[in-house]
Design a protein around this ligand. Sequence first.
Ligand code: BGC
Length: 359
Amino acid sequence: MSSFRATPYRRALPFLLALLAAGCAQRASSPDMPSASDDIFTVSASLGRGVNFGNMLEAPHEGDWGRTISDADIDRVAHAGFSTIRLPVRFSNHAGTTAPYRLDSDFLARVDHVVDRALADHLSIIIDFHNYSQIVGDPLSAQESRVEPDVVDERFVALWAQIAEHFRDRPKKVIYELLNEPHKDLTSDRWNVLLKRTLQAVRAQDPYRAVIIGPTGWNSAKDLAKLDLPNDRAIIVTIHNYEPFDFTHQGAKWVEHTPPVGTKCCDEKQIARLTAPLEIAAAWGKEHHRPIFLGEFGAYEVADMDSRAAFTLAMRQAADKRGMSWAYWEYNSGFGVYNPKADQWVWPLRDALLGPELR
Ligand code: BGC
């Protein structure tokens, strides 16, 4: 008789196993956890009114672009009446450059902190893989990790396998977004292959969670026609809309051919330009039976405030009218709905998004 069989451990074993089984069953059956019976249209609608926490965790390192996320920021957007934070994260700059491309555990702990705080505030939170410059062929910024070009796609898949493994036990209010704005070298042919490989890696870890995927052309509605999705029903399709671009990006130095300053918004023609991409997306969504999420829209601070408020209201109403949940770009930088220096909401923008009744 081995000493193990004679010890109290043996007597405790059945209880421990029963406890473990009960724990697993509870986790799998909890209504808060992703499950096979989730209706993706309901999940998408639950995103409701969102705001992007831009220019923070998707800088090369948090703080490089002048802003960091505080718990108070998360609480503030929840109390104001937003229901979702879209969290852009530059995972690609916090991971090994050779296989197995290990994600930095301190950085993951930082993302955990933000996710936990959002969940404690009853918010949904979208973990958005943002600014992987090398995968689209954009110039790398200073302090950005470069890898051998032939392993870029493989590394992206490996990073997602780790992200999904890390977050798979989180409630369904945590949602993944595979990649912000594929463009340039990430052509639709390459993206259609890569998104399927990546989703497969995610599904091996996390089979039922909602995953947001958008088309090429910086998530432009007109590229939806080129988007080829796998037969997976837990996908929400995203588009971004900055039309009329000459208005929203006037004076924006980071875009090619910066539009001149001084354009106002929104006359009838501009409203038509603003709604056209939403029309395309709504029709595509209907045809393909996929919910649509408007993941970014906003107007840069250089435009006059009345015009920015008019644009924001028109866009928000256009999305609401078509049953699309949305996230405004962004919280506290150049498009910000909150002014951190004055420690105040930018009221015309906040009212346009949430309605003055939520003041
Ligand atoms: C980019 C930002 C940019 C914004 C509007 C986002 O997707 O990541 O850098 O400010 O679009 O142009």
